[in-house]
Design a binder for this molecule. Sequence first.
Ligand SMILES: *Cc1c(COP(=O)(O)O)cnc(C)c1O
Length: 404
Amino acid sequence: MSFDPQDYISIEHELGAHNYKPLDVVLSRGEGVWLWDTDGNKYLDCLAAYSAVNQGHCHPKIRDAMIAQSQKLTLTSRAFRNDQLAPFYEELCALTNSHKVLPMNSGAEAVESAVKVVRKWGYEVKGVAENRAEIIVCSENFHGRTLAIVGFSTDPSARRGFGPFAPGFKVVPFGDADAMRAAITDNTVAVLIEPIQGEAGVVIPPDGYLRAVRELCSDNNVVFILDEIQTGLGRTGKLLAEEHESVEADLTLIGKALSGGFYPVSAVLSNSEVLGVLQPGEHGSTFGGNPLACAIARAALKVLVEEGMIENAEKMGARFQSALKGLRSNIVKEVRGRGLMIAVELQAEAGGARHYCEALKDRGILCKETHIDTIRIAPPLVITQGEVDWAMEQFSAVLTQTRH
Ligand SMILES: *Cc1c(COP(=O)(O)O)cnc(C)c1O
């Protein structure tokens, strides 16, 4: 049976739930920063699967590790031990300066796990009265799609129709340390924030915000949880985005690029006693910490560091951002970013970012709009100077053309 691109699109439309609105490009191959569609057209990937393929598509060393492990052992469940989990823990803790790891699969699961753990910590260690634990989150947050998580989202399309929601969350404006201070009570067990809000449109908090939140948490015996699922593992030009303000969270959540895009692998990293409250039988996951996941994640972390991808993200990010800021365009409102986590926000009169993403696609660049007016640019961290410059020619052509 042979499909043409329109067949794939119409079959997806007919048989699939319509919870996404993808660009109409049907991809069948990827290598490094490049993707090819079923007609053989080549594109530079400027989304990197929402930063899950920081290491580039189909990285040969991660692929080799995956194939080798899949020929030996893939899943034991945690009812038994496997020979990949301990080295994964050791390498991940050494790299991130963590004391304990809880391995899970998706990012949302890591967030849910952290929520459960800090509540239990609140009751058993901090002494909060039963069922009174509060967690402070920020407006415009994105932490995943499960029920507890969408319950504290402020995005109507993430929430509407899905209630009733779990209580115990308080929302304060992102970037406002005073509002955070005012929201903390004796029942506050944790603060959960993104160091940079990715899905909200690469929103960078004011300088000193992370440090201020760190201080508030320390002063009030509150667990500081940083969701680095998107910002972590090199994306912002540092291993973790918290390093930009020289702070350390108590719990750090990672996922996405932890597997280089080969497999869902996430983790809760702990610098404190918090993960210690979990006892056998209280939390788990059939696939969490399986040997295939661990072998893939070990290779994904190794190439990220050994091949200089984090430094490259910093260098190429600076080059990309300064070129974008230099564009003489009457539709660009603002260019902002850290490393290779970049946003181009368009003027409201530009008529939305979607149209520009379509135009970029026709020029061989795959980008996705976030919200209405923002184009996010987040290529794999292996992008070269020549590729950045080529991409800039396309952005320049699309963003400086006369208005439609
Ligand atoms: C993607 C993302 C998640 C959710 O990860 P999934 O693997 O899609 O469940 C959580 N937090 C942040 C900041 C993310 O970018």
